[in-house]
Design a protein around this ligand. Structure first.
Ligand code: PAF
Length: 278
């Protein structure tokens, strides 16, 4: 069946009224193989697969790339169609926010750490739009990527704390052969930056090796890794070893961990993480 493109909330609600098995993949478009993997996971789990494409102004800071964020609707629709999505919801900003969105979701304090420390208010914007999208689509399943590990954590908390009847499914990070995590923002990198960008994942792998060999001085590992990247020209927001279950700084007793990093190549901010056990 052909992909249905539906920009209006009322039309989407009318179309979905008869569906009782909906898997939802929210995106901001400029789709790559990472998103398509999420659509495939959705396809395996429900009769009706709905994606959304909405570049959400609420989650961008004043000096961020909202205006320049790549908008590639025609190509995105082709990819969604090929991946077997049934519907793509493509609201305008006016459709999503017809009046000022003064009601907001306040995420837990962990939202002010890691990416939230460098991007104040970012996760309020994410949680608020995801709550709105959930309320519009009313899926039984929603699929998010593990590359945005902190986002995934906050959305799981949103669902848990508001008793939303939605199962959250997490898709593995998709990578280039070099290890670079696929991201819509990779398109901003020039050739030299793209080559250097592989180092973020390699640095995380070195951290994992180091911890798995028995080093529990997490603060020292974080500082050394951050210094290493800085010396190579990165602007580092954080390198952090955390509990995968709570996202709190890891203690030597934690067994399930995640190493996370966010750093800039020029003006392009890249994030990545590796979950691992000790
Ligand atoms: O991960 C994203 O693309 C966005 O943060 C999301 C979840 C679609 C909300 O705008």
């Amino acid at each position: 069946m052909a992909l249905q493109v539906i920009p209006q909330i009322a039309n989407l609600r009318a179309r979905l009224a008869q569906e009782d098995s909906i898997a939802f993949v929210p995106t901001m478009g400029n789709l790559h193989a990472g998103h398509i993997h999420l659509v495939e996971l959705a396809r395996q789990r429900a009769e009706c697969v709905v994606a959304s494409i909405f570049v959400n102004p609420l989650q961008f800071g004043a000096n961020e790339d909202l205006a320049n964020y790549p908008r590639t609707l025609a190509e995105d629709c082709e990819k969604l169609q090929a991946a077997g999505a049934d519907i793509v919801f493509t609201p305008s900003v006016e459709e999503m926010y017809p009046t000022e969105q003064t009601m907001r979701i306040t995420p837990p304090p962990i939202a002010n750490e890691l990416c939230g420390a460098a991007r104040p208010g970012h996760f309020d914007g994410v949680a608020t739009v995801v709550m709105k999208l959930f309320s519009i689509v009313q899926p039984q399943i929603a699929v998010f990527g593990k590359k945005d590990f902190q986002q995934l954590f906050i959305i799981r908390e949103l669902v848990r704390q508001f008793n939303l009847p939605i199962e959250i499914v997490a898709g593995e990070t998709q990578r280039e052969h070099s290890g670079l995590a696929l991201s819509s923002r990779n398109g901003y990198l020039n050739d030299g930056q793209k080559l250097e960008a592989q180092r973020l994942y390699r640095t995380l792998k070195l951290i994992v090796d180091n911890v798995q060999k028995g080093n529990r001085d997490y603060a020292a590992i974080e500082a050394q890794s951050s210094q290493y990247l800085t010396q190579l020209g990165w602007i580092v927001d954080y390198v952090s070893i955390r509990s995968a279950a709570t996202l709190m700084p890891a203690s030597p007793d934690d067994r399930d961990l995640v190493a996370l990093a966010a750093a800039r190549q020029g003006s392009t901010r890249l994030i990545d993480n590796i979950e691992f056990s000790v």
